[in-house]
Design a protein around this ligand. Structure first.
Ligand SMILES: Nc1ncnc2c1ncn2[C@@H]1O[C@H](COP(=O)(O)OP(=O)(O)OP(=O)(O)O)[C@@H](O)[C@H]1O
Ligand SMILES: Cc1cn([C@H]2C[C@H](O)[C@@H](COP(=O)(O)O)O2)c(=O)[nH]c1=O
Length: 207
């Protein structure tokens, strides 16, 4: 039996990590083996690449080098963590996946979707989630949440300007509209219980 692969996507501070933990707990309560993972990262090699990507000055990498590093990290993560877990029947919940590269590097970063999908084809043979949950929250509400969490500052990519992050949000919406079979758009406002209930209902058909 193969498991299910679910990605959580969205801009900074919309609640992905919080909801991933809650979703995992709910699914474990149903007797499923659940693997919680994230990108960039999720395998020892990909976690090392995460540090290269998220630490240092914004201009540390060219746009092209940045996209290649994300694709390399993803290739290792898919081969060493995600595929083996799915093969033994686990459900894999991933905090960000390919759609983040499409929205950040392809959309806001200007490289375009075709280039990002080509890198994903080479690195991960085009592997895609069974379901992608796009958490949507107004920039004002996300900023209010981040002001509490990131008082000490944000990472190399999170710290980019409002125009860049508006471009990311617009690209996510376009991706979801282009692939309604895989995506579900989730209202991420309100208390955490309410958001978890929306997420559970958006994966009900996968059980
Ligand atoms: N429903 C909610 N209501 C209020 N605060 C929330 C809610 N969900 C999460 N938070 C808080 O908002 C902050 C951001 O949440 P979280 O870290 O889960 O977001 P994220 O989407 O994973 O962010 P990033 O992409 O920047 O890592 C955290 O401090 C978290 O505790
Ligand atoms: C996978 C992926 C991530 N990013 C960006 C998005 C965030 O700014 C950081 C990751 O930080 P988080 O707190 O773990 O969400 O990296 C990206 O630009 N492209 C990607 O493919």
């Amino acid at each position: 039996m193969t498991g299910r692969f679910i990605s959580l996507e969205g801009g900074e501070g919309v609640g992905k990590s919080t909801q991933l933990r809650r979703l995992a707990e709910a699914l474990r309560g149903r007797g499923l083996e659940v693997v919680e993972t994230r990108e960039p990262g999720g395998s020892p090699g990909a976690e090392a690449i995460r540090r290269l990507l998220l630490e240092g000055a914004d201009e540390r990498w060219t746009a092209e080098a940045e996209a290649l590093l994300f694709a390399a990290a993803r290739a290792d993560h898919v081969a060493r963590t995600i595929r083996p877990a799915l093969a033994r029947g686990a459900w894999v919940l991933c905090d960000r996946f390919l759609d983040s590269s499409l929205a950040y590097q392809g959309g806001a970063g200007g490289l375009g979707g075709e280039a990002i999908r080509s890198l994903h084809e080479v690195g991960s043979h085009g592997f895609l989630p069974d379901r992608t949950l796009l958490l949507e929250l107004s920039p004002e509400r996300a900023a209010a949440r981040l002001a509490v969490r990131d008082a000490a500052g944000s990472d190399r990519i999170g710290g980019r300007g409002a125009d860049y992050h508006a471009g990311v949000a617009a690209a996510f919406v376009a991706l979801a509209e282009a692939d309604p079979a895989r995506f579900r758009r989730i209202d991420a406002s309100g208390d955490a219980d309410a958001v978890t209930a929306r997420l559970l209902s958006a994966i009900e058909d996968l059980s």
